[in-house]
Design a protein around this ligand. Structure first.
Ligand code: ZN
Length: 56
């Protein structure tokens, strides 16, 4: 299974045992992606931006 970064199209490898909702950072541009599995298949979406005042 291979997916590409949504920003720079760099191929991103996804571990077979990864769970939906995991955040993956592109090794090339650093863009974070959230892994979705709508139909049991891996799908990458841009991760929501983290609030500045996230706390712990
Ligand atoms: Zn990228």
């Amino acid at each position: 299974m291979s997916n590409e970064c949504l920003v720079c199209s760099e191929p991103m490898s996804i571990a077979a045992d990864i769970l939906a909702g995991e955040i993956l950072a592109c090794g090339a541009c650093g863009q974070e992606h959230e892994l979705l599995m709508p139909d049991g298949q891996h799908k990458l979406a841009l991760a929501p931006e983290i609030e500045e005042d996230w706390g712990e």
